[in-house]
Every structure is written in C-alpha cells, then in structure tokens.
Design a protein around this ligand. Structure first.
Ligand SMILES: *[C@@H]1O[C@H](CO)[C@@H](O)[C@H](O)[C@H]1NC(C)=O
Length: 215
C-alpha cells in the first residue's frame, strides 16, 4: 500500500474515533451559563471570574430513586444539566435504582460508552452487537462487579433478585443522551405509520396499535 494511502486511512480512523465522543476542552473549564440565549455545540461558558465551587457540585446521590413505575427502575442523572461545570469535560454519572425484578428497558446512548458498577443487589446486564450478527452479550453482576456498555449499542439491565438493586454508572459525555427503543419506535409524536411498524416487526397491525397505546 502506498504510504499516502496508509496515512489517509489512519487519519480517517483517527477522525472517526474523535467524533464518537465529546470534544476535548480548550481551557481549564467552561462552566455552562444557563442564562445565555446563544446556541452552540455544548453550552456557552460563563465568566470564569464568576465561577464558584457549587458549579462543580451535586448533592443527593445517596438518595434512592422512586421505582414505582411501569418498568420498576429509576435513573437519577448527574450530567451537565445538574452540574454546569461538566460542560466541555466529556464525562457524567448516573445512579440507577431497581425494584425487585425491575428493568432498565433496552436503550442506547448516542454519545457515550457506559461503565457500570453494582453497589447493592443483583443485576442481569446485556448488550447486542450490531447487524448482521446481533450477538447478545450478557452476564449477572453481584455487588462490586463492573460491566461496560460500548457506545451506541442497545443495552438493558434487570434486577434478578428479591431485594432492591443500586448501580452507579459513568459515561464519557457531558450529555450522553438516551434513546429508549420502545418509546422512540412506538411512542413518537406523531406516530410512525402502523403499516410500516407492522411490516418492520412482522406482526399484525392490531399488535402495533396495542403497543403504541402504552407509549
Ligand atoms: C413514587 O411515585 C409514585 C407514582 O408516581 C407516587 O404515587 C409516590 O407517591 C412516589 N413516592 C414517593 C416516596 O415519592
């Protein structure tokens, strides 16, 4: 292979890797200015002279989330929306509470890989590789175990015990985003056509209507 072709290939790989996560900061910090009307990729920095400790602070992650809902889990996010000082830093955290047999339904984070540890209880975790293999990678985690969900892949968790489960997870984006499969496919506004979904899922249209009615 000609050296220039090789160099171009390496550059292309480097560029695609760089675009898979948040950009690197160009200053010590850029605390988000919630009052700015300016729209940029990320959030506008407030005057560094006005920055205070509370801009880098969040209180309350010891508190259990309310899991009384249809899926039996609750995510408490700690990202740039809660800590303005996370702006441009490419990192965030969540606490996830699971009632017995509660699930965190299949979803994906468009901008982050996730690394999760179980603080309390038992947790079945899994992700599925992309087409055409669609290989399910799954494991049951105990307290202290750590598991990784690679960026973009559909993943889920389920409490497989009769006690509450608590997990803490870090994600390499200030704003990882969440795309929950059921909600996006069956709960979009306006609806995706039921004909299209019936064909996509190879089921009767009435089944599509029934699922849509829950989202
Ligand atoms: C938890 O959420 C349920 C359903 O929204 C609500 O009825 C209940 O009061 C909440 N519990 C607490 C402790 O906030």
């Amino acid at each position: 292979m000609a050296p220039s072709v090789l160099l171009f290939g390496l550059l292309a790989i480097a560029c695609s890797l760089a675009s898979a996560s948040d950009h690197s900061p160009l200053q010590d910090f850029c605390v988000a200015d919630a009052t700015s009307p300016v729209l940029v990729n990320g959030l506008v920095c407030k005057d560094p002279k006005l920055v205070k400790a509370d801009d880098f602070f969040f209180k309350g992650l010891h508190l259990a989330g309310n899991t009384s809902n249809a899926v039996g889990s609750r995510v408490t996010p700690v990202n740039v929306a809660q800590i303005p000082g996370l702006n441009t830093l490419g990192i965030s955290l969540v606490r996830i509470d699971y009632a017995p047999w509660g699930i965190n339904p299949p979803h994906t984070h468009p901008r982050a890989t996730e690394i999760l540890t179980v603080v309390e209880g038992l947790l079945e975790v899994g992700f599925v590789t992309s087409n055409p293999e669609n290989h399910l990678i799954t494991k049951v985690l105990q307290k202290g175990d750590v598991f990784v969900f690679p960026v973009g892949l559909v993943h889920f968790q389920r409490n497989v015990g009769y006690c509450n489960t608590v997990a803490i997870a870090a994600l390499n984006s200030q704003n990882p985003g969440v795309i929950t499969i059921a909600n996006t496919v069956f709960g979009s506004k306006p609806d995706i056509s039921s004909d299209l979904l019936a064909k996509a899922f190879q089921v009767d249209k009435n089944i599509v209507y029934k699922i849509q009615s829950h989202f």
